[in-house]
Design a protein around this ligand. Structure first.
Ligand code: HEM
Length: 418
């Protein structure tokens, strides 16, 4: 067994640590990319995965239907890997019934068409005033304070409030989510399965209550939230089964808050660590859109796509990936591919806008990207305007990172004032 930059290389398999690798992941991604566009990894769960390390190959994989998400192909790969349960290591697709992340077309297209409208740029733009008011309210609570936790007191309430309001999840139950969601997204956590079950049960009950309102003939616009719209669609054209409804709600709730919390947290962190970029943004507030794109590229919260499984043997990147193999794109590594992004390890908000992979690519391209961008652009603009002197209250090595599949600080202690 060889040792390469802290990686154990056993024959052709490279052992990739899970959480530890997320603390300082970029030397690892660079090392993997130097080995080739497709590398054979063994994840912390002991599962063999073909990792995609370079931009061009990532695009080719994500637009190729032979890299499948359907349960038939995933089951075959699971069987081959000797795992019986959902061992993807990426629990947001771990629900048993159909949702966007565990189906291929035509099922995927049917499910996606049901929710696409609710997340379209036009519909999300209608939320701008609400997001601004929420951000201002959170910032007003920090007035006169000397320090704060910008995750617990800022990023998290923005992420959870917006996705819950959009889906129609009532206020009183939100306090349980953080605990359930964090554990459900922590591979190997003792309470992972139980937290997943609690969240699923909560959503099933909520949907039953909303369905009763719809069945009792409540006017559709009396409760114009996404869950009610999906329930109504189920009634009119049988578009969704009951289990699909719960599974879809689960996916949107989970994918829709931890990720944006991570984006806002990582953005604040990067600006505090690059004060010259913060000054630049203060001088040119119009740069905010591309500044958030640069945060997504340089330190996005989602480091790997969910798993695909090959539906047949596929020749790619100089090798043949056999049918029934797991494949995962290493997004954060591809976002620093020097062929596409010159000087990729430099955080530079004036970098020419060019699409990055933070939101994925192809059929499973992120549903919630417009919402995520609106929250992050508004949150960062207003937070940095209110607190241009914000700085880390601990050394960067002491930042407590969330032990989930999302790269995000669990807490972000900052100090205000000079
Ligand atoms: C898919 C990233 C916010 C809902 C994805 C994928 C990525 C991603 C990389 C593709 C996964 C794959 O191909 O395996 C992010 C990031 C976010 C974010 C970085 C925030 C910064 C959101 C929000 C929602 C959301 C706010 C709200 C609903 C989804 C859904 C999918 C998805 C439902 C699956 C789409 C499909 O399979 O058709 N996201 N996401 N995401 N995201 Fe996001």
């Amino acid at each position: 067994m060889n040792q390469v930059n802290g990686l154990h290389v056993d024959g052709e398999l490279i052992d990739v640590p899970n959480f530890e690798a997320m603390l300082n992941p970029h030397p690892l991604y660079a090392e993997l990319a130097a080995m080739g566009p497709v590398v054979r990894l063994r994840t912390h769960l002991g599962v063999e995965v073909y990792g995609i390390t370079q931009w061009d190959t990532a695009i080719a994989v994500l637009r190729d239907a032979r890299f499948s998400k359907s349960s038939i192909n995933m089951q075959e790969a699971l069987k081959k890997s000797g795992l019986s349960g959902p061992g993807s290591g990426f629990p947001i697709s771990g629900a048993k019934s159909g949702n966007l992340l565990n189906t291929d077309p035509p099922d995927h297209t049917r499910l996606r068409n049901l929710v696409n409208m609710a997340f379209s740029p036009r519909r999300i733009e209608l939320l701008r005033l609400r997001v601004e008011a929420l951000v201002d309210d959170l910032l007003s609570r920090l007035v006169g304070r000397e320090d704060a936790d910008m995750i617990g007191e800022f990023a998290y309430p923005i992420g959870i409030t917006m996705i819950c309001e959009l889906l129609g999840v009532p206020d009183d139950s939100r306090s349980n989510f953080r605990d359930w969601a964090t554990k459900a997204m922590s591979p190997g956590h003792a309470d992972q399965q139980q937290s997943l079950n609690l969240l699923m049960q909560y959503l099933a009950d909520l949907i039953a209550a909303k369905r009763k309102l719809v069945d009792d003939g409540a006017a559709p616009d009396a409760q114009p939230d996404v869950l009610s719209a999906m329930i109504a669609a189920r009634l009119t054209n049988d578009a969704l089964t009951e289990d699909e409804l719960v599974s879809m709600s689960y996916l949107m709730l989970i994918a829709g808050h931890e990720t944006t919390v991570g984006l806002i947290g990582n953005a604040l962190l990067q600006f505090m660590q690059h004060p010259e970029q913060m000054t630049r943004l203060a001088g040119q507030p119009d740069l905010i859109k591309q500044a958030i794109e640069e945060v997504l590229r340089y330190d996005g919260p989602v480091h790997r796509t969910t798993m695909r499984a090959t539906a047949e043997d596929v020749d790619i990147g100089g090798l043949t990936i056999p049918r029934g193999s797991f494949v995962q794109v290493l997004i954060a590594g591809c976002n620093r591919d020097a062929v596409r992004f010159p000087d990729p390890d430099r955080f530079d908000i004036s970098r020419k806008p060019s699409q990055n992979l933070a939101f994925g690519y192809g059929a499973h391209f992120c549903l919630g990207l417009h919402l995520a961008r609106l929250e992050a652009q508004t949150g960062i603009t207003r937070a940095l305007k209110a607190h241009p002197e914000m700085r880390l209250a601990c050394s960067p090595e002491d930042i407590p990172w969330a032990r989930t599949v999302i790269r995000a600080p669990a807490r972000l202690p900052v100090r205000f004032g000079r």
